[in-house]
Ligand binder design. Structure first.
Ligand SMILES: CC(C)(COP(=O)(O)OP(=O)(O)OC[C@H]1O[C@@H](n2cnc3c(N)ncnc32)[C@H](O)[C@@H]1OP(=O)(O)O)[C@@H](O)C(=O)NCCC(=O)NCCS
Length: 180
């Protein structure tokens, strides 16, 4: 992707140099949906950063001033014109509005430049920060899928299922809200 700038941030493709910053948040997943992405060593982080660097679906979010990696966004295209988006930020940089500033820019980029008609996100029912973020972005809560997915197991080995909200925003809703 082409770099996207906001007031405080740069959104860009990953590079190998992001490995250290990535390790900080991927080594300690805060929500179950990222347990499968857990890494523990710098070598794993380098390999992860290299893989993501070749894929426009993964977006590094960095501070304009220092270049520090604060977290990442993803956007998976579902043909022909729908995108599934998500976010994972370093706890150190939470509560500063960086996730909403970058996600707003991502919505703009997808609707304006990538032909998106519909953008949606899945959020588990106990992930309040992510729900708040969706609401701040003007996304509509469309419904709750009960026992939608399992990332963990109970002690006896049976899957523990999560209840998952779906939030979405259509391009026409976004245009109306931004008065473009
Ligand atoms: C979900 C997640 C991205 C939310 O991050 P966040 O920092 O809370 O989100 P925002 O960028 O919207 O920041 C909003 C907060 O910053 C505060 N803030 C401070 N300065 C701000 C500024 N200049 N502009 C806007 N908000 C600002 C807001 O008041 C708000 O605080 P509050 O939560 O106490 O009300 C983050 O918690 C995360 O990465 N979690 C782990 C991964 C995860 O759950 N991913 C989603 C899976 S579905």
């Amino acid at each position: 992707m082409q770099n996207v700038e906001t007031n405080r941030l740069i959104l860009r493709n990953f590079t190998e140099k992001d490995a250290e910053g990535m390790l900080e948040y991927l080594s300690n997943p805060r929500v179950n949906c990222f347990l499968g992405d857990k890494i523990s060593t710098l070598e794993e982080a380098i390999s992860n950063a290299n893989k993501k660097s070749k894929d426009d679906s993964f977006i590094a979010v960095c501070l304009k001033d220092s270049g520090d990696l604060v977290g990442e966004l993803f956007c998976m295209k579902e043909e022909p014109d729908t995108y599934n988006i998500g976010w994972n930020f370093n706890h150190k940089y939470e509560g500063k509005g960086y996730a909403s500033e970058s996600a707003k820019a991502l919505l703009h980029y997808l609707f304006d430049q990538k032909g998106a008609r519909r953008i949606y996100a899945y959020v588990e029912d106990d992930n309040y920060r992510s729900q708040k973020l969706c609401e701040r972005l003007g996304m509509r809560k469309e419904g709750c899928f009960l026992e939608f997915i399992s990332f963990t197991k109970y002690e006896d080995g049976t899957p523990k299922y999560e209840n998952t909200f779906q939030y979405a925003l259509l391009k026409k809703e976004w245009l109306r809200a931004t008065n473009i």
